[in-house]
Design a protein around this ligand. Sequence first.
Ligand SMILES: *Cc1c(COP(=O)(O)O)cnc(C)c1O
Length: 421
Amino acid sequence: MDHFLYRDGELYAEDVPLAEIAAQVGTPFYVYSHATLTRHFTLFDEALSGMDHLVCYAMKAASNQAILKIMAGLGAGMDVVSGGEYRRAVAAGVPGDKIVFSGVGKTREEMTLALTHGVRQFNLESEPEMEVLNEVALSLGVVAPVTVRVNPDVDAKTHAKIATGKSENKFGIPIARAREVYARIAQLPGLKAVGIDVHIGSQLTDLEPYRLAFTKVAELTDSLRADGHDIIRLDLGGGLGIPYERGNAAPPLPVEYGALVKEVLGDKGVEIEIEPGRLIAGNAGLMVSKVIYVKKGEGRDFLIIDGAMNDLVRPAMYDAHHDIVPVKEATPGVEQQPYDVVGPVCETGDTFAKGRSLAPLVAGDLVAFRSAGAYGAVMASEYNTRPLIPEVLVKGDQFEVIRARPSFEEIINRDTIPEWV
Ligand SMILES: *Cc1c(COP(=O)(O)O)cnc(C)c1O
């Protein structure tokens, strides 16, 4: 459920008509619903109630400071994957002991930053990283709390580009080697193992891969404890999928995911961490765009809109589906027609949908891309010198731009021309 609904034939974000935002900020833009963001975080938090737990929002899904502030206000921790994200979390007021540092390529600078300002734990992804973190911690005179991200070799049954838990993926350490690796950690005075981490992929639409992975983690918890390690925390990663296509079978709900966690790990006496990103932000955001031209083609028409692959790259990058709906509700019973929905960028890949059935549209009409809140604005670029599009936050009947569209001067002035050119 989200808070983008039609009222009197007009699509609203909570109590604000999208057409009103478009008139004020121009198109295209992203818009997020405060109520939806809050609801999704709360669903996860409640799903784990009764267990010691922390929901760490995976901010790479949508990292605007206003969104982070909402999460921080709800008591969320953060999962960060870079020094930049770490700084964003701190800037939003998240205490260091609620920040989990993930990622396969952490640098010494990033480790120093997090160890100096505070960190809940580093999720280690390789043995070379482990040795480097030990050195950095010792040089600062501190002990770094760590987990090892284990790769359970399960098939997450998701898009190949976002599956991370198979042995051929670059992530984590093969679970079969985990005992050896934890034994090495015990020898390193700059590190203290506090738990185990696993994250098998994104946009999972089935609980079975989770069950397989969590069961392996439960077994590993027992064997590591038997080896003398103090496993107090399990980080189960993120990845629960969202319904991108209305009418299709819906993915499992947070409450079902929570029940599985309790069933498989409830008796381990550990604190549970989860790192949802997409499910919190995805259906809390839309991208709104305007039709520039309707171009007649053979067999179908092209809807050329002012949003493009640089603004929302998921269709070009992952063949992702986004529902596209008119901001002015179609007259009931009107005959739909197939459109190829495309942007203005000079790439054939700049295609949002092919042969999509929509009620007839004309130049100037507004359309909304649903489920665009996660991996939308954060993946945008300025390809074709198209300015990063604004982000808007709605709460009730209020709205505000939370990231402004840069001017062309700003964009051009970011470059410098050497004197010798
Ligand atoms: C991307 C990522 C997440 C979040 O995944 P979602 O599918 O957005 O829930 C969580 N943890 C790690 C380590 C990640 O890389």
